[in-house]
Design a binder for this molecule. Structure first.
Ligand SMILES: [Zn+2]
Length: 340
């Protein structure tokens, strides 16, 4: 089969479209013909070099396709079935896994990070990862859902415990997590404030349900939040930007507010004013992916049409270098999807 592998870490030039042997499913696995694989910022981090990634390596976390072969022990699936894959690897037998807390498993990792991913034509996976999709969802949409919607659901519901009618600040409206978090917060009838770098992106955020938009190049986020909320601040901040926005995010919280973070796109080191944290009784929570239970929960909303994937652009898999360059320019609104 064809696959894109990296043999060294670096820029888009290290992505090599090449022939590799077809994977063979184990008795408890199915073989998926990959029809779509969406990009995430993780692809760029792994391409540049993360610990624990052995070379050569295949990137790609968000996969949709069809079942083309099933191992001897597999039941409940049929050949030709359209599916998406849970974008994670876990042992499925430790105390955390059997308790349904897969993202706390010692073996837990994201597909395409430390284990090979979906930038290829065929992938063999355990059936626990395989989830049937309705006809209403095309492969590009299906591949655009799992990682970011699971991440945003775990942040808002699992970690921050969002309640109906709260006020939520979602950073980065055009990012995958931003697009998911805006919609999930609206499911809970939240008042949503979001940020973006230009008016066009803010217009698209309003179309997803955002109530207020802040152009972060023109305005200080916390000052605008104070104006919008009549000096109250927000109950929850959805952070994934990191160093560039951290201080503004903390300042935007109301007393006893919750900041939940899942990423650090602009850098991982930030300052923290401890007197501000304890006197205002702030909660600062980390969040990483989510559980299989949460994935099924958020997918039910996707399948019913209450939440929707946003596809920015598709590229043939062999043009993956152009897809990475497009992502690194940050001009997109929604997911970039590769088609093998
Ligand atoms: Zn486990």
């Amino acid at each position: 089969m064809k696959a894109v592998r990296i043999h060294e870490f670096g820029g888009p030039e290290v992505l090599r479209y090449e022939d590799v042997p077809d994977p063979k499913p184990r008795n408890d696995q199915v073989l998926i013909r990959v029809r779509a694989c969406a990009l995430n910022h993780l692809d760029i981090w792994v391409r540049k070099g993360l610990p624990g990634v052995s070379l050569p390596h295949t990137l790609g976390s968000d996969i949709a396709g069809e079942i083309v072969e099933a191992g001897e022990y597999v039941s409940g699936f049929k050949l030709g079935q359209r599916v998406l894959l849970a974008p994670m690897h876990f042992c499925n037998h430790c105390a955390k896994c059997v308790a349904g807390l897969q993202n706390q498993c010692p073996e837990f990792t994201v597909l395409g990070n430390r284990v090979d991913g979906g930038n290829c034509e065929l992938i063999a996976v355990p059936t626990v990862n395989v989830i049937a999709i309705p006809d209403s969802l095309d492969f590009n949409q299906a591949a655009s859902v799992p990682l970011v919607f699971l991440t945003a659901w775990h942040m808002l519901v699992g970690r921050a415990g969002i309640r109906t009618g709260q006020t939520v600040l979602v950073l980065g409206a055009s990012s995958g997590v931003g697009i998911a978090a805006i919609q999930i917060a609206k499911l809970f009838h939240a008042r949503v404030i979001t940020t973006a770098g230009d008016e066009k992106k803010l217009e698209k955020a309003y179309a997803l349900g955002a109530d207020h938009g802040i152009n972060h190049y023109k305005h200080k986020i916390s000052e605008e939040v104070k104006k919008i909320t009549n000096k109250d601040g927000v109950d929850i901040v959805i952070e994934h930007v990191g160093a560039a926005t951290w201080e503004e995010s903390i300042k935007s919280l109301k007393p006893a507010g919750t900041l939940v973070t899942c990423g650090a796109t602009t850098g991982p080191n930030v300052g923290l004013e401890l007197r501000f944290v304890y006197s205002r009784q702030l909660s600062i929570l980390g969040s990483y992916m989510g559980t299989m239970g949460e994935l099924h929960e958020v997918l039910a909303h996707i399948f019913a049409g209450r939440l929707r994937a946003v596809v920015d652009r598709t590229f043939p898999l062999q043009d993956i270098r152009a897809a990475h360059e497009h992502m690194e320019k940050s001009q997109m609104f929604g997911k970039i999807v590769l088609n093998p």
